[in-house]
Design a protein around this ligand. Structure first.
Ligand SMILES: C[C@@H]1O[C@H](OP(=O)(O)OP(=O)(O)OC[C@H]2O[C@@H](n3cnc4c(=O)[nH]c(N)nc43)[C@H](O)[C@@H]2O)[C@@H](O)[C@H](O)[C@@H]1O
Length: 416
């Protein structure tokens, strides 16, 4: 059923307005999402993957574009001496052309540009079931909102809310709460048949689970999530300058296209350093059971570096300077390195970019040890899987106490 749609938003590539004859069923639709406000960067990356896999599946039936949620007000990005870290586009951190070779994505700003008005047609706020559950089953129901952070603006006839820090510059035409228990793919039929809205947003998208955690599609998505080249370059320069680490020497060559990169475990050997991700800050209290004291962490690091015969230690941490100095004080037999950006670099790349640089350096070490249950450490582990490291050099975490045995991370091995 063809029809003439005037002033349709379909013309974004041409940038001109013209009359389009579109097959309504084939015009692309836009899926937006957001995550619980308190969550950190790497947990958000995990939610992106759930939604991206959903988009991939939707595109088997109809064209959908994933609108990337700008980065605003991230709790862990604490630098106060640089400009507010708001409305940061994904291109600041990721290689968009690489993401696009998995699914169609666009920045929120692009979405605003092609939209007639700064309006999202339908917004679904995902929640659990009020009554809880006895037996797990996939289900979804429209339910009254248990908690609703949006409010109705009766002058504009729009729902207002946070909207990635855009606040009153954006609104939603319709809001409903959906109680849901299920995988991301479970909402596909709903999106395809229960709504014909052009733009649909799922808030609290972390409520949805991964369709198939760790399968080859999961890994395709993960492989497509390449960090932006400008950040990798900074990390690579640091590796070369301080850690005697180069892609050639480390046997960790990156191919231009992630799709043609396939490695076996043990192909990569990494640079001659031990990398540690020491998650502190809010983790010290939030994961009290797992996080060692600085002194205990130092003991474990020392022991390991000796065992591995490595004299250089790279530390990625969110610890305050005093804790880092304390750690260094225990490790005087070794050369300890940290990536310390200048104020200028931090202003340019933001706390998010600096964290990525840290991750990329950790990903290239001969041996990596992280912090238990930290998604920051998990993302380093999968990066190392992609590069082809032997799993025993990757899936390691610090223990609460040096002497105590502790559970080591699950080995989520790459699948092609
Ligand atoms: C307590 C929970 O912790 C969860 O964090 P977790 O999984 O470690 O990991 P993320 O979700 O990434 O959140 C932690 C954030 O802290 C900073 N950060 C942590 N470690 C480092 C580091 O080594 N170097 C640099 N430069 N920055 C670091 C960074 O901004 C990172 O995104 C959160 O996702 C949850 O929302 C919650 O806060």
């Amino acid at each position: 059923h063809n029809h003439v749609d005037e002033d349709d938003g379909f013309d974004f590539q041409q940038g001109t307005k013209f009359k389009l004859v579109v097959d309504e069923a084939k015009a692309p639709r836009y899926l937006l999402y957001d995550v619980n406000p308190g969550e950190g960067f790497n947990l958000r990356r995990d939610v992106y993957m759930r939604i991206a896999v959903l988009i991939k599946s939707l595109n088997e039936d109809a064209p959908w574009i994933l609108v990337l949620p700008p980065w605003s007000g991230i709790y862990h990005w604490r630098s106060r001496d640089i400009e507010a870290q708001n409305k940061i586009p994904w291109s600041a951190f990721f290689d968009l052309s690489s993401l696009r070779s998995f699914v169609p994505v666009m920045e929120f700003e692009e979405f605003l540009k092609i939209s007639r008005e700064p309006v999202i047609e339908e917004l679904y706020y995902l929640q659990h079931y009020k009554e809880g559950w006895d037996k797990w089953e996939e289900k979804m129901d429209r339910r009254p909102c248990m908690h609703n952070p949006y409010s109705y603006d009766s002058e504009a006839n729009l729902w207002r809310g946070w909207f990635f820090g855009y606040d009153r510059a954006v609104g939603a035409r319709k809001l409903e709460c959906l109680s849901v228990m299920g995988h991301a793919g479970f909402v596909k039929p709903f999106l395809l048949t229960n709504t014909s809205a052009r733009s649909v947003m799922l808030d609290r998208a972390e409520t949805l689970l991964h369709d198939r955690y760790g399968d080859s599609v999961f890994w395709q998505c993960r492989r497509s999530m390449r960090f932006a080249k400008h950040l990798r370059d900074i990390a690579d320069n640091f590796r070369a300058e301080y850690l005697d680490s180069t892609d050639e020497g480390d046997k960790a060559i990156i191919e231009e296209d992630w799709q043609s990169m396939k490695r076996n475990h043990g192909d990569a050997i990494g640079g001659p350093y031990l990398a540690v991700h020491l998650r502190r800050a809010d983790f010290v209290r939030a994961r009290e059971k797992y996080v060692p004291s600085v002194k205990s962490a130092a003991k474990q690091i020392k022991h390991l570096a000796k065992q591995l015969n490595l004299t250089k230690i790279f530390v990625a941490t969110d610890a305050p300077q005093t804790e880092y100095d304390e750690l260094k004080g225990y490790l005087t037999d070794f050369s300890v390195y940290q990536f310390e950006p200048t104020l200028e670099a931090r202003a340019k790349y933001k706390d998010g970019g600096v964290a990525i640089i840290d991750q990329w350096i950790c990903a290239h070490a001969r041996y990596f040890i992280g912090t238990r249950e930290s998604t920051f450490s998990f993302r380093i582990q999968d990066e190392r899987e992609i590069l082809g490291f032997a799993p025993e050099t990757t899936f390691n975490c610090l223990c609460k106490k040096k002497e105590s045995e502790c559970e080591q991370p699950t080995r989520w091995l790459i699948k092609y």
